[in-house]
Design a protein around this ligand. Structure first.
Ligand code: F6P
Length: 324
């Protein structure tokens, strides 16, 4: 009789720590007597049958690597019912009993529909640098991304200080301000612009004028890409028009998505994925796994997708107080 199988895929934007997640899925599944099917290029690969059995050795020497050995994609075809039906057929032909999806919000939506429409057992593992998934304190990749961003801002600080310049530094996060907020706190920025706050740039300009009077010689401003005032370049233009300061910009961009995962991301990925496999084996489906106050929690995918996760007000306030 064919061996029972668990499948794993990574989907959406890659995140450092995804490899540690894949490794944990493979090793845990094998321990419990399952064979593992690795699906390449996310849902697109699933639809096209781009799959391979992964053995223990296939995931050796990957825990420290950024990116994802399974590759990833944002699939248009999977957004259609036909696409999902094709994907489900591949899983059924391959004798797969359950699927672990490592990804963000869009990937969870796909997983939920696959479960509901096609009767496939699915568990979601939060893998995104944005940290915007409800049902977990942190997502895989966030810690690495903020460490990369803080390191970059530290370097910009040196040159900003030497030239007495004002820098607008744009970080990722899509509609979420987590990366910007934690980068701002970690790098001691003057100001953080978040999508969660409707901060008016005019108030900041007034502050700059006042800070100029106090001889504050350089300023680091962290701009979340989703904030309401536009990107770093746009904000710099507005400031240059009215404040006599030497203004520059930097966009950290995809640097934040690459690099070796931090120890914290490797641990989180291992713990979440190990428990995701155990949840599937225990018969759970349609849930996202998360770590809340150090405890493993299972959140229905519909809740993980629809409930908004935002930085705590207290942390935002703290960032403001510490930058005064
Ligand atoms: O979701 C992760 C993320 O890096 C966001 O922060 C960013 O907005 C987006 O993906 C960029 O996507 P892409 O790499 O497809 O341009």
């Amino acid at each position: 009789m064919a061996k029972k199988r668990i499948a794993v895929l990574t989907s959406g934007g890659d995140a450092p720590g995804m490899n540690a997640a894949v490794r944990a899925v493979v090793r845990t599944s094998i321990y419990y007597g399952y064979q593992v099917l690795g699906i390449y290029r996310g849902y697109d690969g699933l639809i096209n049958g781009d799959v391979k059995v992964l053995r223990k050795g296939d995931v050796a020497n990957i825990i420290h690597r950024g990116g994802t050995i399974l590759k990833t994609a944002r699939s248009q075809e999977f957004m259609t019912k036909d696409g999902r039906a094709k994907a489900a057929q591949v899983l059924k032909n391959e004798n797969v009993e359950g699927l672990v999806v490592v990804g963000g919000n869009g990937s969870y939506t796909g997983a939920m529909k696959l479960g509901e429409e096609q009767n496939i057992k699915v568990v979601g593992v939060p893998g995104t640098i944005d940290n915007d998934i409800y049902g977990t304190d942190y997502t895989i990749g966030f810690d690495t991304a903020i460490n990369t961003a803080v390191e970059a801002v530290d370097k910009i600080r040196d040159t900003a200080d030497s030239h007495s310049r004002l820098f607008f530094i744009e970080v990722m996060g899509r509609h979420s301000g987590y990366i910007a907020l934690y980068t701002g706190i970690g790098s001691g920025a003057t100001k953080v612009f978040l999508p969660e706050r409707d901060d008016d740039i005019k108030a900041f300009i007034a502050y700059l004028k006042e800070a100029g009077r106090r001889n504050k010689l350089f300023n680091l401003v962290i701009v979340a890409e989703g904030n309401t005032n536009g990107g770093a370049a746009e904000m710099a233009e507005k400031v240059k028009e009215v404040v006599d300061m030497d203004v520059r910009t930097a966009v950290i961009g995809h640097l934040q998505r690459g690099g070796a995962p931090t120890a914290s991301d490797r641990f989180l990925a291992s713990k979440l994925s190990y428990n995701a496999v155990r949840a599937l084996i225990d018969g759970q489906t349609g849930v996202a796994i998360g770590l809340v106050n150090k405890n493993i929690v299972y959140t229905p995918l519909i809740e993980a997708i629809t409930k908004k996760k935002e930085p705590e007000e207290g942390i935002i306030q703290m960032a403001e107080i510490l930058s005064l």
